[in-house]
Design a protein. Structure first.
Length: 338
């Protein structure tokens, strides 16, 4: 096996094997909640610390801090090299690798392994809400101020934008990556919110961590079809894009820095092109840092305003869509690759 193994083929092979079933041939596991534990053979382990998550098809040892998927398992517990593990996996799954290559995939695998370990260590436990929670607690009313900013009422209805009349907030539902309702986020309508000591944004339930993208539920198919995705900081920027008829291939990160869970989601979508269109105050080096892994496997671009007298965004405008469609199209045209 010389050269580079196609990363999609590599991950497809891993997904074909049930890790718990495979590992259970040589080790005895006991269930704890939705995970399975056994004693790690690499060290003294009176309190079993080796864990397999069937849902993720990943493993992690909380004592020796090793983990990953089935290839890592073979390398650690069967003492195989990376190439030997890939060869064994290809035999088990009946995958032909003679025409494929291996070096770049090793780096990809190491990066994905690191993200996978974090996912198992820090798996989020949160309450899944019934759809009725949003339907019953928030009014089906279109915020006039967003209409004044050029956002179409039809687009707002498509993304289920509502009003919390009690706290005077514009609200939208938050879904996890499995399209389950996990919360509601509200943006205050008070322009003097700082003077009133009111938070600009408020989560109505505990989100725990931002391991999702707002807009994914509605836009997943459009992103796949386009082969590209535009990532904004907030939902309002994406709604403007839709209102201008420029497509639905966008997501809102709800943060100014992509985290490892979000990077893994983007990697899993297999889109060849990702454009980061964060607000003007986010430094380009910060964007480059949080997309370092992503840029190894797809083309990552950043939308930035011009400098000095050539700037296209007025002083009070932050998002690259805030100055209208024509300015956005020019900034998008001038985006640079990271």
């Amino acid at each position: 096996m010389d050269g580079v193994i196609d990363r999609d083929v590599l991950m497809e092979m891993c997904d074909k094997i049930d890790l718990l079933e495979y590992a259970g041939q040589t080790m005895e596991f006991h269930r704890r909640g939705d995970k399975y534990f056994t004693s790690c053979p690499l060290h003294s382990d009176s309190d079993p610390s080796l864990c397999i998550s069937p849902e993720d098809n990943l493993w992690y040892c909380f004592s020796c801090k090793k983990g990953g998927n089935i290839i890592n398992w073979m390398m650690v517990y069967e003492r195989l090299t990376f190439q030997q593990a890939v060869s064994k996996l290809s035999t088990i799954t009946g995958t032909e690798l003679h025409s494929l290559k291996t070096c770049d995939s090793l780096q990809y695998f190491k990066e994905l392994k690191r993200i996978a370990e974090v996912k198992i260590r820090k798996r989020v436990e949160r309450k899944i809400l019934p759809d009725s929670y949003y339907e019953e607690n928030f009014a089906q009313e279109i915020p006039y101020e967003w209409v004044d900013e050029g956002i179409s009422p039809d687009v707002m209805r498509e993304y289920n934008i509502r009003i919390d009349k009690a706290s005077n907030r514009i609200c939208y539902p938050i879904y996890d990556n499995d399209d389950q309702l996990i919360g509601v986020k509200g943006r205050t309508r008070f322009k003097n919110f700082k003077e009133l000591n009111i938070k600009k944004y408020n989560n109505y339930t505990s989100i725990v961590t931002t391991d999702f993208f707002v807009g994914m539920k509605q836009n997943r198919n459009a992103i796949t079809q386009a082969g590209s995705v535009i990532v904004f900081e907030g939902i309002k920027s994406g709604l403007k894009l839709c209102s201008w008829g420029l497509g639905n291939n966008w997501l809102s990160a709800e943060t100014s820095r992509l985290n490892e869970a979000q990077v893994k989601i983007l990697l899993g979508m297999h889109v060849p092109e990702v454009t980061i269109a964060f607000d003007r105050d986010v430094d380009k080096t910060q964007i480059a840092s949080c997309t370092k892994i992503l840029s190894r496997f797809c083309n990552v671009y950043v939308v930035r305003d011009r400098y000095n007298q050539m700037r296209l965004l007025p002083g009070d405008k932050d998002s690259p869509v805030d100055a209208g469609k024509e300015v956005w199209e020019q900034l998008y045209k001038e985006r640079v690759r990271i």
